[in-house]
Design a protein around this ligand. Structure first.
Ligand SMILES: Nc1ncnc2c1ncn2[C@@H]1O[C@H](COP(=O)(O)OP(=O)(O)OP(=O)(O)O)[C@@H](O)[C@H]1O
Length: 910
């Protein structure tokens, strides 16, 4: 429930929440409680947070803070959703037509087919949803909350599962956090928020707690669930949770794909392109089949609407109606096996298919290829001499950026600098001996961090400084009211802002020389930060990046960052599996190149991302394809390279990154991958989460994806080729014979048997060959396979007709026709069993043993084919006992067919 007097004034205007829905969701509760304190009071809260007991009571009253879209769907709803599948829709249409024409047997069997398929599918999806929810819980995001154990106890700041948040909770925000509920800001420092989920706007929006008049200022004082913190920090009070948040109200129910999975972005994913693409092509084919059979019957045999049940049966015979079930089962099983290993969590099922198709993997460097545990290796002046003061000023910067920007934890570089400075005993200056005034932290696309401290820079080269010998940078006496800007960051960015060095001017030549020195440090694999300072008369006006100029260069700090232990092994394994790895980093080109070399990845020419700025899509795609390492990437550069590889290069691209600066690329990739300890927002944007830092887990996930795709491909190969073969034979027989070659009910029962048996293919274990390359379902290759093997299957069927002619002799009476129907039914089930055993692995012979479920399913088919006609069900289905000669001849046909399948498979392309 929104709390009176505390909610939101602004309604977003973007596509996700526009129009009437947004208007409806505009909450007008601020009224006289407009100020931050007023809102806190209205919520019966305070800056020190809620008391735990009160929070518990509120949780009981307001319910958990869960997004309604995340709640599991009810059974009836799930069942209704499975009816929305294209194959089911076609089957239902055919059933309806049959019912209208009073072909009751046909419509009954179709109804059974649809029910079985929908029950199997909703059960499969229910299981998949349940395990996905369990997986989500494993990586549930938390919020940093301030609460008090009791009314008089001091507040404690702790991590709380997001679903436990209640209105009135005081929440702290930092870069990379997801906004956990709708919040009213109480405090903010340089806070920018990504609100694309609500407004579609991709540029971060600045936020501040000031509450002005009109819509804009009020909007800037609010942060909404579903948005994420890009830079800066803040503190806010929860004003709405769960279903009451703006996001819940604005978004419609899950925008579902035919297979019930939500699309991540407007662009078609590899899953959409292959599985859905194939499905829709087949649907069109099926819709054409029935009218064609009717027309052919009318033209060649002068038959009328009495052919309709047969035409319907033929169209149904072509349908791979179990495709959605097989796809769900194969993917869910792959994802569950990965999760059971505790290594990889697949957050969106189709992403497992897409992971198997990935042929280019882009990774960031820091924290992925390296450990992101930097250690200071050197602090030197511009001439390469050790200079502890450089480290001290870097530490002053780190300390005050951390404190004033209220970052919850220092970034790894700052932490290393503070540790190193502490080891030096606080050094000449002592990092905490100066008082901080302001901080401008670095963030995505901003490669410098500035801290402003009170007092002069205390810098004079080569001298130890004590309060007694304080001199200013310019050598004059220390003024009393001075602020010092301490800047550290990427060498080229800092040097660009420097005009002096140790008391002398810094010209372009000297700047270039210093740049080379930084490059030399980077070539040793060090992460390099330049440090500079500037004095300004003390002032009250806030500092902005425009003040970062006319700096005096001090020196460089070099930090070493050890390689991730399994990175080299993982890169080799990925290369062996046909995945090209590219590195997109915000770091220095030299550092990136060295790290790649140490990992055995030839960096080639390292491209600095500013070269991308002027390039058109084609040139960019070409450059992206031939380049292995891009350095100094902003978040947008990373996303552009990923998009260029996808759209221009035709690759299926995975992106592995852990930081806020990787967010756009995670969204842009076909598959976004994030380590479990990546920032919340990166994890939330990714499809696959690596539970450990072990990169080799990624290779295993890719293999699981390929296995699932291999199983789906095997199902499609087998089903489509045998279905087509049957349809061709049925058409030929239907047109040549004076009687129907198989009764509609027999066709449909046979279909039911095929469907049940083919489900086993979701449990196949494709051979090693199928895992060697990215697994892509290629519709063309598939349709080629279907045609070739379908024709072969039809030949086997037509030969069976010959066998039946020999064994049964006369088809003039009902007995003879029943024998024909039975003989063909038996042959179909036997050939289907054979096809399942021989075609499951595509071109290659099966490597290793055929898995149990497939052997069992094939045997069951064969036994059914042989025994059903002689069982009590046989006569009910219009079947009869066949002469022994038939079985003898049939064995010969099967042997020939099996041999032909093996030969054709070994010659087949693709
Ligand atoms: N705390 C910091 N203080 C000053 N400069 C920093 C700080 N953190 C990063 N930088 C500068 O910004 C650059 C880019 O950092 P960013 O975090 O975007 O990428 P990265 O961590 O170097 O690499 P990757 O993209 O591989 O994760 C760094 O190379 C460094 O020069």
């Amino acid at each position: 429930m929104p709390v009176p007097g505390a909610s939101v004034v602004w309604a977003p205007e973007g596509p996700a929440a526009g129009g009437a829905a947004a208007e409806e969701d505009t909450r007008e509760h601020t009224g006289e409680h407009g100020s931050a304190l007023g809102v806190l009071r209205a919520l019966d809260s305070g800056p020190r947070g809620l008391v735990e007991a009160e929070a518990e009571e509120r949780l009981a009253r307001h319910g958990e803070n869960t997004f309604p879209g995340r709640r599991p769907a009810s059974w009836p709803r799930r069942f209704a959703r499975s009816l929305r599948d294209p194959f089911t829709a076609v089957l239902l249409c055919l059933g309806l037509v049959s019912a209208v024409m009073s072909a009751w047997a046909t419509s009954c069997v179709i109804a059974i087919l649809v029910t079985v398929s929908c029950v199997l599918r909703s059960t499969g999806e229910h299981r998949a949803d349940r395990s996905a929810a369990a997986l989500r819980d494993m990586i549930a995001t938390t919020a940093t909350v301030r609460r008090r154990p009791s009314a008089d106890a001091p507040p404690l700041t702790r991590e709380l599962p997001v679903d436990q948040l209640v209105p009135g909770d005081v929440v702290l925000l930092a870069p990379g956090d997801l906004v956990p509920a709708d919040l009213r800001l109480l405090r903010a420092t340089g806070l920018t928020v990504h609100e694309a989920a609500l407004t579609g706007e991709s540029t971060p929006v600045p936020k501040s707690p000031q509450n002005g008049h009109g819509a804009e200022p009020a909007r800037s004082g609010l942060c909404f669930q579903g948005s994420s913190i890009v830079s800066g920090t803040g503190m806010g009070v929860v004003v709405a949770t769960g279903a009451d948040t703006l996001l819940s109200g604005a978004l419609p129910d899950r925008d579902r794909e035919p297979y019930g999975w939500r699309r991540r972005s407007a662009a078609a994913s590899p899953f959409d392109r292959s599985v859905n693409g194939i499905a829709w092509t087949l649907v069109r084919f099926m819709l054409l089949t029935a009218p064609l059979v009717l027309i052919a019957g009318a033209l060649l045999r002068g038959r009328g609407m009495e052919t309709l049940p047969f035409a319907v049966a033929v169209a149904v015979g072509l349908t791979p109606e179990m495709l959605p079930v097989v796809v769900t089962t194969a993917l869910a099983r792959g994802a569950a096996l990965l999760a059971r290993g505790g290594e990889v969590i697949v957050r969106r099922l189709p992403a497992l298919h897409d992971l198997g198709a990935v042929d280019v993997l882009c990774v960031d460097k820091t924290g992925t290829l390296t450990q992101d545990a930097p250690v200071v290796a050197c602090a030197v002046d511009g001439d390469g001499r050790d200079d502890p003061e450089v480290l001290h000023w870097a530490a002053v910067n780190a300390l005050w950026t951390l404190q004033l920007a209220e970052l919850p934890a220092p970034d790894a570089l700052d932490e290393a600098i503070l540790d190193a400075d502490e080891e030096l005993g606080g050094g000449v200056l002592g990092a905490d001996s100066v008082e901080g005034v302001a901080a401008l932290p670095c963030g995505p696309g901003r490669l410098v961090a500035t801290a402003v401290v009170r007092g002069p820079a205390l810098y004079e080269p080569g001298r130890a400084h004590t309060p007694g010998n304080v001199r200013t940078l310019t050598g004059g006496p220390a003024p009393t009211a001075v602020h010092t800007l301490v800047v550290k960051g990427a060498p080229e960015e800092v040097l660009r802002r420097c005009t002096r060095r140790a008391g002398s001017p810094l010209d372009d030549r000297e700047r270039a020389r210093l740049g080379e020195r930084a490059a030399a440090l980077a070539a040793d694999g060090l992460r390099v930060l330049a440090v500079a300072v500037a004095e300004r008369p003390a002032r009250k006006r806030p500092y902005t990046p425009a003040d970062e100029r006319d700096l005096t260069f001090l020196g460089f700090v070099g930090l070493s960052d050890a390689l991730a232990p399994t990175a080299a092994e993982a890169l080799t394994a990925l290369a062996d599996r046909g995945v090209t790895v590219k590195v997109l980093t915000g770091d220095h080109p030299g550092t990136a190149a060295r790290v790649c070399r140490e990992l055995g990845l030839a960096p080639g020419e390292v491209v600095t991302a500013d070269r991308l700025d002027g390039l058109g899509p084609l040139e960019l795609a070409r450059l992206a394809t031939r380049t292995t390492v891009f350095a100094r990437c902003t978040p947008e550069h990373k996303a552009r390279v990923v998009r260029a590889l996808r759209e221009g290069g035709g690759h299926t691209v995975g992106f592995l990154g852990d930081g806020v600066n990787d967010l756009s690329a995670l969204h842009a990739a076909d598959v976004g991958i994030c380590p479990r300890d990546g920032v919340d927002v990166a994890r939330e944007a990714s499809d696959v989460v690596l539970a450990s830092k072990d990169l080799t887990a990624l290779e295993r996930a890719i293999l699981a994806g390929r296995r699932s795709t291999g199983n789906i491909a095997a199902y499609l190969r087998i089903t489509l080729s045998s279905n087509l073969g049957n349809v061709i034979a049925m058409l030929a027989a239907g047109l040549l014979l004076p009687f129907l070659p198989m009764l509609p009910a027999q066709v449909l029962v046979q279909n039911l048997c095929f469907d049940a048996a083919q489900l086993a293919l979701a449990f196949d274990r494709p051979g090693a060959y199928a895992l060697r390359h990215p697994a892509v379902l290629r519709p063309r290759a598939l349709f080629r396979f279907m045609t070739g093997f379908g024709l072969l299957n039809a030949v086997a069927d037509l030969t069976t007709f010959g066998v039946l002619a020999l064994a049964v002799r006369s088809f003039d009476d009902e007995r003879g026709q029943a024998a024909f129907h039975t003989g063909w039914f038996t042959e179909n089930l036997l050939t289907q069993a054979l096809v399942m055993l021989l075609l499951r692995s595509g071109r290659r012979a099966a490597e290793g043993r055929t898995p149990g479920p497939i052997r069992l399913a094939a045997s069951a088919l064969a036994v059914l084919g042989l025994l059903l006609p002689v069982s009590p069900v046989g006569p009910a289905l219009g079947m009869t006992v066949l002469p022994p000669l038939y079985y003898g001849l049939m064995a010969g046909v099967l042997a020939l067919y099996g041999g032909a399948l093996v030969v054709a498979r070994s010659r087949q392309r693709g």
